[in-house]
Design a protein around this ligand. Sequence first.
Ligand SMILES: [Ca+2]
Length: 278
Amino acid sequence: MIRVPAGSFWRGSDDARRPDEAPRHRVQLSAFELDETLVTIADYRAFVDATGHRTSAERFGYALVAVEGMKDWAWQRAAHASWRRPFGDLMEYAVSDDLPATAVGHDDANAYCHFLGKRLPTEAEWEYAMRAGSSDRYPWGPTPRRPDGRYGLNHWQGPAEGEEHSKNLLDDGFAYLSPVRAFPPNAWGFYDPVGNVWQLVADWYAPDTYKRAAAAGVVVDPQGPRFGKKRVTRGGSWWCSARTCSGFGLQYRGKNVPDAPFNNVGFRCARSIAHDKP
Ligand SMILES: [Ca+2]
């Protein structure tokens, strides 16, 4: 894990394209620790071997899966898909231990973190750590390409507009999931700060979270609303393309039904540090 010292950052934007990203406000955080990579298939297997945990996908008998050639938003129920086999019976797919564990619901992620004495990061902790000081859409700047011209995150590069997902041009090197250290880390050492998989965080989603926080002045260690129907996901995934999904990046607030097992959703764990208040 990487220790993130207490600090503060500006969250949201006054001219955001989406209302739930406004307004800009100051967030102050206590120190915490956070996994430097996404939880991998090997990590999750060790947890399941020790506890016998069954994920929501395993109880349902399917996970929600997207594949090349599929229409946008036409996610399919792939039989026998789970963290062990992210595409289930829908597609032959070579699984390796260093891919992120996917097709897990919020409870499945929580159970893993708690087993290790950890927890999911809050939405604010996630953004602070993934930004690593950046105020741009990506940790390295305003576009998906890093200053060296290479793509900095695993997302989807498709052909012409309107048929984005008909073919994966593979410009970033990966059709689907990528190993958790495949792309360079951000300035604080966190891998996959954006892209590869959406990342589950602790908070319930509400469209007015930022408005409430801003009304309180400087908000300290925000936890999000006490209740909700969907949980926040952040960062964007391998399925996000330039035109069909504006979600990949540091600002977009995704949301999922808690037990929905998508094969483009994963997580990393955090741990509180008792001292060192902001
Ligand atoms: Ca890709």
